[in-house]
Ligand binder design. Structure first.
Ligand SMILES: C[S@@+](CC[C@H](N)C(=O)[O-])C[C@H]1O[C@@H](n2cnc3c(N)ncnc32)[C@H](O)[C@@H]1O
Length: 275
């Protein structure tokens, strides 16, 4: 597919849609896409997320209010797919011993800039969430807000790695796009209120460059798929949080916004514990 790709040349977007791609290609695309788009992403969403704030989702649910991780004081906390580590940075101010990991150097570089601006020092580690460079039982709590899981074909590997590095009984909390959303166009207007695809169609959303290379891949799992992957890795599901769209919240983020937020869930947060 990517035989014509020359890294020295631009590879403009040529195709976007739902289609099967080899797992190795889809799973590897995330790093390059986030490196290439880190600055634009942080320019667009950085003010909403805050440099040292813990916002779970476009609905604006804050960990300060939700308390999904429990009391983190003195706890060893791991963030995977941390991006610029805004959440980890906030947890550090709450007394957690936190480490933020992400596969993208570009996103972590944003974290270094935030640390410089905030006068903080957040431990940042470049790592794929499917191969975490930590010993077994290193953490009490692990979490991600939309990191890693949507971008890999094999999320069961993320769960297995988190299970390995957590202590028995440790908490694992992750937020993803609500699976129901995959049946609807990714459009924040009323056009996005009519289901046009099957919820059960697991083909990823894929963007392809002119060279045929996979530039971006995002993977759909039904609620049942997520639960099967979690329990298969040894986690117990304690809560499934579906944040409301708050009255008066007008900010549009991709397909999220007040029009659809009034009728459809946009985010699913799985709160789990290792057996
Ligand atoms: C939507 S951002 C989430 C980060 C942060 N919570 C935010 O909202 O900016 C997705 C992050 O997942 C990271 N990511 C993608 N694939 C990954 C993988 N296989 N392992 C670790 N991180 C990954 C990306 O680099 C990106 O920083």
């Amino acid at each position: 597919m990517s035989g014509n790709y020359n890294p020295a040349e631009p590879d403009p977007l040529a195709d976007a849609g739902y289609r099967e791609v080899p797992d190795a290609e889809g799973g590897a695309a995330g790093r390059g896409w986030w490196d290439a788009n880190a600055e634009e992403y942080l320019d667009e969403h950085g003010a909403f997320l805050g440099p040292a704030d813990f916002v779970w989702c476009p609905e604006g649910l804050r960990e300060e209010d939700a308390g999904l991780l429990g009391d983190v004081t003195g706890r060893r906390v791991l963030e995977v797919g941390a991006g610029a580590a805004q959440c980890a940075r906030w947890l550090g101010t709450r007394g957690a011993h936190v480490v933020a990991t992400d596969v993208s150097h570009g996103m972590l570089a944003g974290g270094l800039r935030y640390d410089a601006a905030e006068g903080t020092r957040t431990p940042l580690v470049q790592a794929d969430a499917r191969a975490l460079p930590f010993a077994a039982d290193s953490f009490d709590v692990a979490f991600t807000a939309f990191g890693a899981i949507p971008f890999v074909p094999d999320a069961e590997r993320v769960h297995a790695e988190v299970a390995r590095v957590l202590r028995p009984g440790g908490r694992w909390v992750f937020a993803v796009t609500h699976p129901l959303r995959w049946a609807f166009p990714d459009d924040p207007s009323a056009h996005g209120l009519t289901a046009t695809r099957s919820y059960f169609d697991r083909r990823p959303y894929v963007e392809t460059g002119a060279s045929g290379r996979v530039l971006y891949a995002e993977y759909h799992r039904t609620v049942g798929d997520h639960v099967a992957e979690l329990t298969g890795a040894g986690f117990l599901l304690e809560r499934l949080v579906e944040p409301d769209w708050p009255a008066g919240h007008e900010r549009v983020w991709g397909g999220w916004g007040p029009v659809r937020g009034a009728r459809l869930p946009g985010t699913a947060i799985f709160v789990t514990r290792l057996r």
